[in-house]
Structures are given as C-alpha cells and as structure tokens.
Write a protein that binds this ligand. Structure first.
Ligand code: CIR
Length: 284
C-alpha cells in the first residue's frame, strides 16, 4: 500500500464495513489523448466529438473516483493511441492477479505497456495472455463468483481457455456477444448477485445464457442500452446522465439498497463507444 494515505484507507474500510460492499484502494485511469477523435468507432458519430468536452467529462469521472477510492493513479495519454483512456480494456484484475490483455484491435496493442509496471509496483501478480488469444477487458465481467467472458469480435475462445486454466476455482463462462462492442456494453454489475442488463436483443441473449448456467443472479433491465453500463464503487453507483427512464429504474434500485447514485454526462465518450466501466481499472 505504497503512497497511500492511512486516513483514506481507514475510511475505505469503514465504508466497506458499513455497507458490506467492497471498496477499492486504487483506481488507475489514463488521460485522453489529443488524438482521441481518431479512435476506433463502430459507427461514425452523428455529431463530431468535442475534444475539450470529452476531456472535461473524463476529468469529472476521475474527480468522482477520487472521492470514492483511496488513490487514483493517472497515466499520461499517448497520442499514438487515441483510445488509450479506455484503460479497462488493457487488463483485468481478479483478486491480486492482473491478466494483461492482448487486445482484439491491433491498433490498440501497446496501450497496456505503461500499465504493467504500475500493477507490479502495487504488488499484483501479472500474467500476459498469449496469442492467438485476444481479449479486451470490456468483455470480462467478474462478479466474485463467476468470470463471464464475452466472446466478441475482440475476445476469442483462446482467451476463454487461457482464463479457464488460470482461474481453475472460479466459474469461467463464455458468453457469445452477437451485437455491439463488448459484453459490458450491455450488462454490468450492480452487486455480487444483481446485474444491470439492456432491454435489447443482445442483452436478452446474454441474460438467457447466464440464466442457463446459473440462477445466482437477479437481472434489472434498463431500456437504454448505454445505461446498462454502470460502475459500482463501494456504496456508490455511477450512471450515465441523460437517460431518464433508465435512471428512474436505477434510482429506485439504489433507494432500496442504500446506494448513492451519481450521474455523469459522458456524451463525448459514448461517441467513441466508451461508457463508464471503460475509464478505469479498480483494485481492492
Ligand atoms: C474501441 O473501439 O476500442 C474504443 N473506441 C472504445 C473502447 C471502449 N471500451 C470499453 O467500453 N471497455
């Protein structure tokens, strides 16, 4: 726990004890590159990306995390990697093991390099996935009990098999992702037994696959696909601003579970297929 304020650590432990939810010691983020507009996109945005606004929105996201985790570690942007702020895709963290991605999009490979040293310095064991495995962290949903692996255009069966070999005691389950970018584009974690899922065909197919495997989860459906990507940090839920129907459902869920809801406008990151989980790596 180097460079870590003792007071914040104690506050984190108190929060975890009060709410029974894990809080995080660290969040790792990466700044937005000046080349951000050149990043990969499933579809060209209707309106061009406003770079200054994208940077402000990412800044607001980081400020929220600074209030919720012990320490936010910010990595500098790399203009050669326009998507580098989407740091979630570069690795997954399961307990104290970091699996380093071999990202599905060739253009993004190399983004993981500055992260590896940081993870080692924090005391995590790092394991690199080996080609022909490809994986984006956005395809991996870890609930504590299961590691759901979205089989998408970015993440393949070799990655699934390597993850099964590494995490023999965890239920590692492959889930076909037939539409959209990543598994977590349409499903994310509210708590260890509650998943937020999009009310679209991709969300329904993924839910059906999970239900065919286990009855451990309750699903909360939201009408706006982008709103299905939420970020739970301790007793706080970060959600996308601007989707009132989905917000009402999530607010109701938060009210029932004493969770605080924070809304963030991520309009410019959405244009590059980003959401809320993709901007950070959280470490307990
Ligand atoms: C990409 O296509 O790779 C980026 N433009 C967006 C990545 C978003 N990542 C995520 O949601 N985990």
């Amino acid at each position: 726990m180097r460079n870590f304020s003792k007071t914040l650590f104690i506050l984190n432990l108190l929060a975890a004890a009060c709410y029974g939810e894990p809080s995080y010691h660290y969040a790792i983020t990466r700044d937005i590159a000046d080349s951000f507009e050149d990043g990969l996109k499933l579809n060209p945005p209707l309106e061009p990306i406003d770079l200054a606004l994208a940077k402000q929105q990412h800044e607001d996201y980081i400020h929220s995390l600074q209030r919720l985790v012990g320490q936010v570690i910010r990595l500098r942007a790399d203009p050669k990697h326009p998507d580098c702020n989407f740091i979630e895709d570069t690795a997954i963290i399961v307990n104290n093991i970091a699996i380093i991605s071999n990202m599905g999009a060739e253009e993004r490979r190399g983004e993981e390099i500055p992260l590896i040293n940081v993870l080692k310095q924090l005391g995590l064991k790092t394991i690199r996935l080996q080609a022909p495995a490809t994986m984006d962290g956005g395809d991996i949903l870890y609930t504590g009990k299961h590691l759901f692996v979205g089989l998408s255009k970015r993440t393949n069966k070799h990655a699934l098999n390597q993850l099964k070999d590494i995490f023999r005691k965890t239920g590692v389950i492959g889930i076909p992702v037939t539409e959209g970018l990543h598994l977590k584009s349409v499903i994310s974690l509210f708590d260890e037994s509650t998943l937020i899922v999009a009310a679209n065909p991709a969300g329904a197919t993924i839910q059906a696959h999970i239900e065919a495997t286990t009855d451990d989860y309750t699903f909360i459906t939201v009408p706006d696909p982008i709103a299905a990507n939420v970020l739970r940090v301790g007793s706080t839920l970060l959600i996308q601003e601007g989707f009132p129907e989905s917000e009402a459902i999530l607010q109701n869920l938060c009210n029932q579970t004493s969770v605080t809801l924070i809304k963030l406008n991520m309009s410019e990151l959405i244009k590059a297929d980003g959401a809320l989980t993709c901007g950070s790596l959280l470490i307990k």
